[in-house]
Design a protein around this ligand. Sequence first.
Ligand code: FE
Length: 261
Amino acid sequence: MSKQIYWLILIIFALSLLVAACAPQAVPVPQVGSVNDESEPATVSAGEVQAGEAEPAPAQEADPTEAAPVEPGPTAAPMEQSAPEKADIASSPTAESAPAVQCTAPAALTPSQTEGPYYTPNTPERTSLVEDGMPGTRLVLEGYVLSADCQPIAGAWIDFWQADASGVYDNQGYTLRGHQYSDERGAYRLETVVPGEYPGRTPHIHVKVQAPGGPVLTTQVYFPGASGNQVDRIFNPAMLVQVESQGEQRIEARFDFVIAP
Ligand code: FE
């Protein structure tokens, strides 16, 4: 009896050696291939996934090159996990930076605010309001113009005006006044200085935004942490910009406008 078991074990052992000798060539080849195939598109679409994330893109300067090739819409790289209700337009081939879109449909329309007494029409078209020798902390404000369903609005007219770092408006000329148009991704970028406060008003930047053929939204944006926010009766916390980075000389912030198309 025990001799039979002994032979049986010996035969099984011999058979398993035989199988093991044949198997290894077949197993690893398809695995290595398929792992590589999956991981390549996964890294590409990672930048795109940021579009739906609540957190800001970690390295703004580095973003454009990384995210640039990713286009919104049907031609985007394969991506199983894209949330349907979130906008998917994190990149730009042209803009210097490409913040991720932060929008969940249906998005609330950006509230309007009073125009105030210092608006001047027919401003020059420009993305930088900074002039040589202009005092103040440099501010880069960027973001998107979106519809309530989080779609980018290209060609939207965006007209900014503001006080200088001392809280003074140029009501004769066009200092710190200028308009621009959102690009094909709905993105805009403004270079300016942080406005100063003036009596009764916390630091703010006035803006008018209009989709092509749409109504004009007139509003103002504010800065988190400004002491005047507490006592300014026009201040609306919904209009606070999101500060992405803050140095002594330069602040980068973003704000997305959601407007009627
Ligand atoms: Fe003002």
